[in-house]
Write a protein that binds this ligand. Sequence first.
Ligand SMILES: *Cc1c(COP(=O)(O)O)cnc(C)c1O
Length: 374
Amino acid sequence: MQIPFVDLKAQYARLKPEIDARIQRVLDHGQFIMGPEVRELETALASHSGARHAVGLSSGSDALLVPLLASNIGRGGAVFLPSFTFTATAEMILLAGATPVFVDVDAQTFNMDPLDLDRKIKRVAAAGDLVPRAVIAVDLFGLPADYAKIGVIAKQHNLLMIADAAQSFGADAAGRMVGTLAEVTAISFFPAKPLGGYGDGGALLTDNDELAALYRSVRSHGQGEDKYDIVRLGLNARLDTLQAAILLAKLGVFTDEIASRRKLADYYDARLTQYLTTPVRVEGANSAWAQYTVQCDDREALRTALGKAGIPTAIYYPRPMHLQPAYAAWGDGEGSLLVSEALAGRVLSLPMHPYMSEETAELICRAVIEAVSR
Ligand SMILES: *Cc1c(COP(=O)(O)O)cnc(C)c1O
């Protein structure tokens, strides 16, 4: 028997009537670009998160690029990001023409280390050849970054605070939902994310009226008053109507799905904490549990044993961004960000989705315990 890492089929079986009807409605009205479902989803996302505005976009990656373009953060600007993240965070900074400055992460939360951020900002400011412009903190595996500290540092230095919440929509911290924890929040609807579509998609969330208007312009080629009034450099970065329709159906059960993910994480914790390093719990924060990621000394042995038992695992991420060949020129090489480098060699993500039975969870736990007790 092969256990799925993420079970989209079980979700579709649950939501088939709603999803099929939503898709059919789009096929009937035929407004495939910026149809009414896009605005309907934006309103629903804003109300779900408590953010004033949601702007639907073509991907989570574009949701990182759009705010940089909209605020003219490019050549000569420094953008600070954690090195232990998905490629897109670094990639979009470079595509905007800005310079990525890699920051180390906290060994427990895997998220941006505020002390190292402060150090890196001061170093860039002192060197004088780049102007610090923005911070992109990442909510890795669904756990919100420490915005209470990072947001204050960003404000002190007058930097745009962007949350890369591609993995954390549905999470909360200090009683506030993701979408309201940073000035600007980028989310992704890649199929395997907690709120995933059936293709690419993303959104920006913000309370700032001016920024929201800019993001709407940038996503449609920088248009002004109308389609042929081009007032700034933009992109084709619109969310497809079909994806918006599918996401509207999925949003109806999203809170319930997050609760199921939390239940599974609690189960894993209860069974596994005495055998290996399970994810940290942060006071006042609730993860969206995009991933359940453990740490162990002999990762390859555990991964091989689980693979033989039909249990898929994933390594997010095997190499930090400052050591990726494409980005190494902007980093300080091996030994410069020790926590990120150590985590890349130790992390292993277990199957995580809202449709796992307790029997399957127990089977996975037993296989993990057996493998690490050998
Ligand atoms: C998935 C992801 C992205 C990119 O999202 P896409 O929708 O795939 O473009 C960006 N940052 C992080 C941390 C991600 O996990």
